[in-house]
Ligand binder design. Structure first.
Ligand code: KIV
Length: 274
């Protein structure tokens, strides 16, 4: 394994750990990483889940969207991250169209776990993913269901906009999340929804809910690490915060993020969407 720093934990984070954290009201800190060095920094700071996000299409590859990211890209970065850490749960995005049929999803999830060392895969969608989630779950694949704003559908959505402002859409998101939970999803992730809906979802679901632009009521928070370090090219989302500002190092910035999430200080009202 890549030589890291002092470890914040001595036991791996599992789906059981996450369920216990939700039960006990302990906030879960999540950040993205795409390589071994960042993974080691995140682990040392006590990040619970490392997400190898397909946001790598933008922040690593310089593309406009996540759509061009391939399964081989995801495996390459996941494997790199896995070499840098031992204890955080390693969640890996299934990229655009890599789960368009149940068979395709099983094949690609197997590759992410066997070649990329993923512990959990993340899929974007709605209740239509139920059969896929059921089959992945039956085959021993832990699943995170990503709802709300779905960046892989950006060309269909026509832009990055807050989702679930209307009560009918909010109800649909809750209903979809419940169906995916019933199908076997272990975690839900919601992106760009009103803070009030993030809190409602976390209260309704038994599984942990990770929020990004979804308010402080979620069980967990995630940010793209390059956004929280203020080095994203172009526009930084309103729901993000530059944790490097006023800190002397990336290590200190990541530690400040973990502390702010654990103490419920991030996201603050100015990072919330209505
Ligand atoms: O790809 C990614 O980094 C993500 C986050 C936006 C949650 O899915």
């Amino acid at each position: 394994m890549y030589k890291g720093q002092e470890q914040a934990r001595s036991k791996p984070v599992t789906v059981k750990t996450l369920a216990k954290m939700k039960r006990e009201g302990e906030k879960i800190a999540v950040l993205t990483a795409y390589d071994a060095s960042f993974a080691a920094v995140l682990e040392a700071a006590g990040v619970d889940i490392i997400l190898v996000g397909d946001s790598l299409g933008m922040v690593i590859q310089g593309r406009q969207t996540t759509v061009p990211v391939s399964i081989d890209d995801m495996i390459y970065h996941s494997r790199s991250v896995a070499r840098g850490c031992r204890y955080p749960l390693l969640m890996v995005d299934m990229p655009f169209m890599s789960y368009s049929t149940v068979e395709w999803a099983l094949t690609n999830a197997a590759r992410l776990m066997q070649e990329g060392s993923a512990h959990m895969v993340k899929l974007e969608g709605d209740g239509g993913l139920m059969e896929t989630v059921r089959q992945l779950s039956r085959n021993g694949v832990p699943v995170c269901a990503h709802l709300g704003l779905l960046p892989q559908s950006i060309h269909k959505l026509g832009g990055y906009r807050v989702q679930g402002r209307e009560e009918s859409v909010a109800r649909q998101i809750i209903d979809d999340a419940q169906r995916l939970q019933d199908a076997g999803a272990d975690v839900a992730l919601v992106e760009c929804i009103p803070a009030e809906l993030g809190a409602r979802l976390s209260e309704t679901l038994e599984i942990p809910v990770i929020g990004i632009g979804a308010g402080p009521g979620c069980d967990a928070q995630v940010l793209v690490s390059y956004d929280m370090l203020g080095i994203t090219l172009g526009h930084r989302p309103r729901f993000s915060r530059n944790f490097l500002e006023g800190k002397g190092s990336i290590q200190a910035a990541v530690a400040a993020y973990v502390q702010a999430v654990k103490q419920g200080e991030f996201p603050a009202p100015e990072h919330c969407l209505a």
